[in-house]
Ligand binder design. Structure first.
Ligand SMILES: [Mn+2]
Length: 385
C-alpha cells in the first residue's frame, strides 16, 4: 500500500494580494502526476483543504477538479477538515463521494470515520480525525474528563475501537509536540506557538501504535516525535517569512508493507510554478539585465538606496511583473529600528518631530506644501489644535 501525504493546501490563499490559485492548480496537477509515477494507491489530505470557511467559486472548482481527476485516475482520496475549513461545507456530498473513492471527515460526531483500503497483506484502516478542540470531544464523551486537546485526541482515538492487530493510519490536524519539542513553524501559519496555552498542545505519543500519523497544521515539513508521525507541510510557500522563502516543499510517499514491517517514507520534492524570492540591493542593480533571472518569480525586493526611489514599485514591476512586496533597508530604516517608539515624542513639538522624521526618512525638511498636508492630517487626528 502506497499513499501520498498532503496537508495545508489552503486552496484560495492570497499572499500579499496575489492569488495563489493558478499555482495551486499547477502543484495539485504535479501531485497527481507523482501519484501516478510512484503508483500511489491513495492521496491523504490532513486538513486546511481550503484557506477560508467560505471558499470562492474558483477555489471550489480547483478542489472539485482535483478530486474528480484523482478518482478518474483510480486514486482514493482521504481528507479531513482543518481549522481553516468549514466542517459542514467540506463534507458536502461526502456520503455520495465514497462510491467514487473519496472519503471526507468533516465534522467530529463522537466517532471517527474509518475507510478501509486493501492490498495483498489485507486491510489498511484509515481513521479520519478532523481538527478538534477539547470542548467538541467533551460534548460526545461526557463521562470522560477531558481538559486538553491531547486528552481530546486520545479519547477520540480510544473511542474509535482500533484493531491494533491490523495496520492503521490516522489523519489528524493538530498542534503536535514532537517528544516535547515545539514544531518548527514556517511563518504562514495563522497562529503563534507563544500565544497557545499548553492545553492546545498535543503530545505525539497519542498517535503511538499507528503505522503512520499523517498530520496537518504546521507548514514546514517535519517529523513530530518519530519518522512515522509527520507533518507533510504546505505544498507551496505561503508567506514571505525568511524561513519559508526558499524552503523546499515535499510530499511524503508512504509505503506500508505487511504488519510489523518497517514503514518506508520517501520525501518527493515539489517544484512550484513560481518561486518566491527575496532580492536585495540598489534598484539600479536589481534592474540590471545582467542580474535578472527568472523575472516571472514572485519577488520580495528590498532596496538599499539611501533615498526613496520615485516610482520604484512600477519600475520593478516592469521587469518583475509579480512583485509581492517592496521595502527599504538603508541607514534611515536602521536608525528607525533603533528608535525607542514608546519614548519617541518626549516633550518635543509636532514641528520638531516631523522635521526629524523627514530628516531620517527623506533627508532635509518638508516644504511649505508638505507642511500644510502634515498639519491638516495631524489636526484631523487630533494631534495638534
Ligand atoms: Mn494550515
Amino acid at each position: 500500500m502506497k499513499f501520498l501525504h498532503l496537508a495545508d493546501l489552503h486552496i484560495g490563499k492570497v499572499v500579499n494580494e496575489i492569488s495563489m490559485l493558478e499555482d495551486q492548480r499547477f502543484i495539485l496537477g504535479q501531485i497527481l502526476d507523482l501519484a501516478e509515477e510512484h503508483e500511489a494507491d491513495a492521496l491523504v489530505i490532513a486538513g486546511d483543504v481550503y484557506d477560508k470557511a467560505i471558499p470562492t467559486e474558483e477555489a471550489v472548482r480547483v478542489l472539485s477538479d482535483f478530486l474528480t481527476e484523482a478518482a478518474r485516475r483510480g486514486r482514493k482520496v482521504l481528507m479531513i477538515s482543518g481549522n481553516h475549513d468549514s466542517e459542514e461545507r467540506l463534507a458536502f456530498g461526502s456520503g455520495l463521494f465514497e462510491a467514487g473513492g473519496v472519503y471526507i471527515g468533516g465534522r467530529y460526531v463522537g466517532t471517527l470515520k474509518k475507510a478501509v483500503l486493501n492490498d495483498e497483506y489485507g486491510p489498511v484502516n484509515f481513521y479520519l480525525l478532523p481538527f478538534v478542540k477539547a470542548s467538541m470531544v467533551r460534548y460526545y464523551h461526557q463521562d470522560k474528563e477531558i481538559k486538553s486537546y491531547g486528552e481530546a485526541v486520545q479519547t477520540a482515538i480510544e473511542a474509535a475501537g482500533v484493531n491494533w492487530e491490523e495496520r492503521n493510519v490516522i489523519i489528524s490536524h493538530q498542534f503536535v509536540l514532537g517528544r516535547g519539542n515545539m514544531p518548527e513553524m514556517a511563518g504562514s501559519e495563522k497562529f503563534h506557538p507563544e500565544d497557545m496555552g499548553t492545553v492546545e498542545r498535543v503530545g505525539s505519543e497519542v498517535y503511538d501504535g499507528f503505522e503512520y500519523a499523517a498530520l496537518g497544521h504546521i507548514h514546514t515539513p517535519q517529523e513530530a516525535g518519530g519518522p512515522q508521525v509527520r507533518y507533510a507541510g504546505s505544498p507551496l510557500a505561503y508567506s514571505l517569512s525568511a524561513k519559508e522563502i526558499g524552503q523546499v516543499k515535499t510530499v511524503p510517499l508512504v509505503t506500508l508493507g505487511e504488519k510489523g514491517a518497517e514503514v518506508q517514507i520517501e520525501l518527493l520534492p515539489l517544484t512550484p510554478r513560481r518561486q518566491i524570492r527575496h532580492i536585495k540591493g540598489p534598484i539600479a542593480c536589481l534592474l540590471d539585465e545582467e542580474n535578472v533571472t527568472d523575472p516571472d518569480d514572485y519577488i520580495y525586493a528590498t532596496l538599499t538606496d539611501e533615498t526613496p526611489v520615485p516610482g520604484a514599485i512600477d519600475r520593478l514591476r516592469a521587469v518583475y511583473p509579480n512583485v509581492m512586496k517592496m521595502d527599504y533597508c538603508n541607514s534611515h530604516t536602521r536608525a528607525l529600528q533603533e528608535t525607542d517608539l514608546g519614548n519617541l515624542a518626549g516633550d518635543r513639538s509636532f514641528d520638531e518631530l516631523m522635521t526629524e522624521f523627514y530628516g531620517q526618512i527623506v533627508g532635509g525638511s518638508p516644504n511649505e506644501e508638505e507642511w500644510d498636508i502634515l498639519r491638516a492630517a495631524a489636526k484631523e487626528a487630533g494631534v495638534i489644535l
